[in-house]
Ligand binder design. Sequence first.
Ligand code: HAM
Length: 419
Amino acid sequence: MNLRAVKGMKDILPDEISKWHRLESAFRQRVEGYGFREARFPIVEPTALFVRSIGETTDIVEKEMYTFTDRGDKSLTLRPEGTASSVRAFVQHSVQAREPVTKWYYVGPMYRRERPAKGRYRQFYQAGIEVFGDPGPFIDAEVIDMVVGVISTLGITEVEVLVNSIGGPEARENYRVALLAYLAPYRAELCADCQRRVDANPLRVLDCKVPRCAEIAADAPSILKHLTDDDRAHFDGLQETLTILGTPYRVDGSLVRGLDYYTRTLFEVLGKGEGLGAQNALLGGGRYDQMVKSFGGPDTPAIGFAMGLERLLMAMPESEPDSHVDVFIVAAQAGVRGEATLLGRELRDAGLRVESDLRGGSLKSQLRRADKINTRIAMILGEEEVEEGVVQLKDLQNKTQDKVPRAEAAQRVHALLSE
Ligand code: HAM
């Protein structure tokens, strides 16, 4: 039997994991600095949750969801994104009764049955945030500035921040009428999907990747001309705040994004560096002021974004591989292997990460192994050392060796590592 991972889904093996950890901890550290707290939601949700929030005529709902019937008769779906679950949980637990503004973050796998490509997978990881209860526009600018901060701590320098506003329901309705009028003469030239969706949701045409649809969309009227005065003031406020923060951005009136729940602010950060290929959207987000209410909660404005972790990893510069341990214990003779096991526990109790090869082997082969895994320090223990209560501490980086009392060994390693 030739069992392999599902197409579009990848194993992440330990050699890659330190880069993931670096990315995730940079994200956590930065967003916790803004008062965000982690929430964890189920990976499986009722299908209706996504249909009603992301929208029936979106690619995600029409083509990409992993939906199945469980052993009862419930239709369940592997989550394609995290915003819908956040809103469900916010409403389900009446979180608004506890705090005026709620700031959550999450990290985890999402599932979309898209055509696999470089930077596009069927299981991929997102790190996202959601803010409930603040109508903006200052929080909108702060959230955008925050994510630009995450990206720059990761060493990713070549990015472009795009912002747009699609207004509230009134602007959307006015725009829908104008857009339908513009699209009318091109109807027959649109792709089959767009022809089918155009009446229900003409905005989807602007997001279509089919070349002829994209050409038609390029000359469509701009939604920015249809904003109400309040929408316009909100968007101006966002831009003024980004300017105060010194966050570079570009207004892109054609940015609509592929999910239906958005209102007003939309943004995306594109990676400009090589190596990303066509899937260069590092993250996307926006405001969704109607969604909590439409899920039966109180009228609560909200904004959030999600970053694609695989894409950020591709854009991050390479760095020296770290070793997964601090010390490698080498047993000089077979007879001291028990004592070497005890030494390992002593060092671990003192907070060090320690490896050894308990199978034994020659001194040389054990040292080679220490070198191979990039360990900074090898600690050699032989019969004489056990007798004297010492260890040989070999600094593999500085190529020095010292005889150290066993009771002080851990302290010496800590001192070397913090130099
Ligand atoms: P999204 O634009 O669908 O937004 O996804 C956000 C990011 O997830 C993308 O910019 C991309 O980096 C990554 N991503 C999406 N699909 C894939 C894929 N198939 N393979 C690899 N990476 C992918 C959302 O999901 C919204 N929930 C964001 C949001 C939060 N809006 C408000 N709050």
